[in-house]
Design a protein around this ligand. Structure first.
Ligand code: PRP
Ligand code: ZN
Length: 286
């Protein structure tokens, strides 16, 4: 019996490229020719199904796929029986209400009684209800941004990422109703074999994410400054300190987080660090 883990990813769209690069960075190889809807990995017990993102939660809930990579916006909207196994941190976007650029907008109460076109009726109605508002929701499945200009609705509620789609349709974003990123979802009932493969996949994904968020740092410092410098550097355990050929000097190696990168660099320089090198990490096994 075929016991590959079946992984659904978006066929084409905002998530596809980042989903594919994550899989690649996990060292999982497969052939991804144009128009191919299914592909088996040559070096990992998995096969990939290339689907429309909107269909992914349903396929995972029904067991057609075991797991899927999809936007949280779609997961919440579709409300299928799936769980978020891991947050992936890419394809960040927001679901927002937008109106014609020339329309006067004073605040959320302006949404009362207007018509709003969206592919996200569940998220939108939940938001309106929470704010004690009623609006006329027009559900449409694509090209939502065109609705106001053809007289279909007063406003739209759609995904905004760079904002260029809104801009080119003469719309302005007025309320953010949901913030989203890509997530790995799983169905309810994986057998032990597939659960084992999923655990391996998650371990690889976490190593890739940790590596992306961290940098390896090397610097030189006089021995008198080493204590101050090692106090600044957290490292995975504690920094490595090795003597340089020049007496009284050492080299310090450690791992630093991308988030407070520049603050750490500034403090290190103030503490006496010289010749600082920062290099990317390929994989980080925690
Ligand atoms: C969303 C939305 C816009 C676009 C916005 O589509 O419908 O078309 O992204 O991005 P921008 O702010 O960078 O211009 P999505 O990727 O969710 O695809 P789909 O609606 O076709 O599934
Ligand atoms: Zn979609």
């Amino acid at each position: 019996m075929n016991s590959n883990l079946r992984i659904a990813i978006q066929k084409s769209g905002r998530l596809s490229e980042d989903s594919l690069s994550l899989i690649k960075e996990c060292g999982i190889q497969f052939y991804n020719g144009t128009g191919k809807l299914k592909s088996e990995s040559s070096n990992f017990p998995a096969e990939f199904l290339f689907l429309r993102d909107d269909d992914i939660p349903g396929y995972v809930a029904d067991g057609v796929a075991d797991v899927g990579i999809v936007g949280e916006n779609v997961v919440v909207e579709k409300n299928k029986e799936v769980t978020v196994a891991h947050r992936l941190g890419f394809s960040k976007c927001r679901l927002s209400v937008a109106v014609d650029r020339s329309r006067d907008y004073h605040g959320i109460s302006d949404l009362q009684g207007i018509s709003i076109a969206t592919s996200y009726p569940r998220l939108l109605s939940g938001y309106l209800e929470k704010n004690g508002l009623r609006a006329d929701i027009h559900e449409i499945s694509g090209s939502v941004e065109i609705a106001p200009s053809i007289g279909l609705s007063d406003a739209v509620c759609d995904i905004v990422s760079s904002g260029s789609t809104l801009m080119s349709n003469g719309l302005k974003e007025v309320e953010v109703i949901f913030r989203s990123e890509a997530v790995l979802i799983a169905g309810q009932k994986l057998d032990a074999g597939r659960q084992g493969i999923l655990d391996k996949l998650l371990f690889r994904i976490k190593s890739v994410q940790a590596a992306r968020n961290n940098k390896y740092i090397l610097l030189n410092a006089p021995n008198t400054a080493i204590q101050a410098i090692t106090d600044i550097l957290p490292g995975m355990k504690s920094p490595t300190v090795v003597p340089l050929a020049e007496p009284g000097w050492s080299s310090v190696h450690s791992v630093i987080n991308e988030n407070d990168f520049w603050n750490i660099i500034d403090s290190l320089r103030e503490a006496g660090a010289q010749g600082i090198l920062v290099v990317p990490i390929e994989k980080m096994i925690l």
